[in-house]
Design a protein around this ligand. Structure first.
Ligand SMILES: NC(=O)c1ccc[n+]([C@@H]2O[C@H](COP(=O)([O-])OP(=O)(O)OC[C@H]3O[C@@H](n4cnc5c(N)ncnc54)[C@H](O)[C@@H]3O)[C@@H](O)[C@H]2O)c1
Length: 269
């Protein structure tokens, strides 16, 4: 992976990335680490995380930390954030990437699958957002006499929506509902966290070449390619580049509460 920003753009910062064992989360974490961040990789399985950290190490200026956690488990998330703070003393950034799909049309969708998809995307995003705020950013605000933090420290969250939040998608009533809700969480967090000096934004990707997309058959993938103006699916590194840009206060320091449509014109906002 090549650098996208100036060298050391995130040096001295700690960034948590969920869903970091593979796919988009893995490339996001690699890109942030390449620009100097201490990244904390969160995913379900410690073994896969260890492999991801080892593969990332040659690109990282600071060795990645790993925390195995289920983003839908409140105690896991509380402990992941506490562990990060113990190890690093501060959390600058959070990228909520972890996700699953359980595609089936509404008539055939099980309630268990519906709830599972809602939980990973929406509950996971809420829990990590709340814990970073509750354990770290809100105490900083209180220590500042309940005055807005204006300390020049980079603080951000990037959430992952999807183009399908606004377009809808057959078989994905749960997924699209969760992603729409994540866009709302993003806007409310932006309003609440502005006083923490934090910028909260989301990315709504189009189709990205990962295991999640591989679950769609070739006919479906061809249809997706045709639905984009650029006629192709994205590579995960293109999402990582977008996250780096939004995370960088020199590029997007005046931007919060936004949902970036990174989907090759599949949806025209
Ligand atoms: N791939 C696409 O076409 C596409 C398009 C739009 C949006 N997105 C979004 O991008 C994000 C990443 O997608 P991807 O394609 O890289 O998926 P992926 O399936 O390749 O990776 C998802 C990762 O999340 C982890 N994860 C799942 N449930 C978890 C849980 N409960 N706790 C912790 N980790 C968990 C998985 O173990 C996996 O490592 C998702 O939020 C997805 O909805 C993807």
């Amino acid at each position: 992976m090549d650098r996208i920003l100036r060298e050391g753009a995130f040096t001295g910062e700690t960034h948590i990335v969920t869903g970091a064992a593979q796919g988009i989360g893995n490339r996001v974490a690699t890109a942030l680490a390449l620009h100097g961040a201490q990244v904390v990789l969160v995913d379900l399985d410690a073994g896969r995380l260890a492999e991801a950290a080892e593969a990332m190490a040659p690109h990282a200026q600071v060795s990645p930390l790993t925390v195995a956690a289920n983003v839908v488990d409140e105690a896991d998330v509380q402990s992941a954030v506490a562990t990060t703070l113990e190890a690093t003393g501060a959390i600058n950034g959070l990228v909520n990437v972890a996700g699953i799909t359980r595609d089936a049309r509404i008539a055939k969708k099980s309630f268990d699958d519906f709830k599972a998809v809602l939980a990973v995307h929406l509950h996971g995003t809420f829990l990590f957002t709340r814990e970073v705020a509750a354990q770290h950013w809100h105490p900083l605000f209180k220590d500042n006499g309940n005055q807005p933090l204006d300390d020049g420290v980079n603080r951000f969250i990037v959430n992952f929506s999807s183009v399908s939040a606004r377009n809808g998608n057959v078989g994905q009533v749960d997924y699209t509902a969760a992603k729409g809700a994540i866009e709302s969480v993003t806007k409310t967090s932006a309003r609440e966290f502005a006083s923490y000096g934090a910028r909260i934004n989301a990315i709504a990707p189009g189709p990205v070449d990962t295991a999640m997309l591989a679950a769609v058959d070739e006919k479906g993938r061809a249809g997706m390619r045709r639905s984009t103006l650029l006629g192709r699916v994205a590579q995960p590194d293109e999402m990582a580049a977008s996250v780096c840009a939004i995370a960088d206060p020199k590029l997007f320091g005046y931007c919060t509460g936004q949902v970036f449509q990174v989907n090759a014109g599949m949806y025209l906002a």
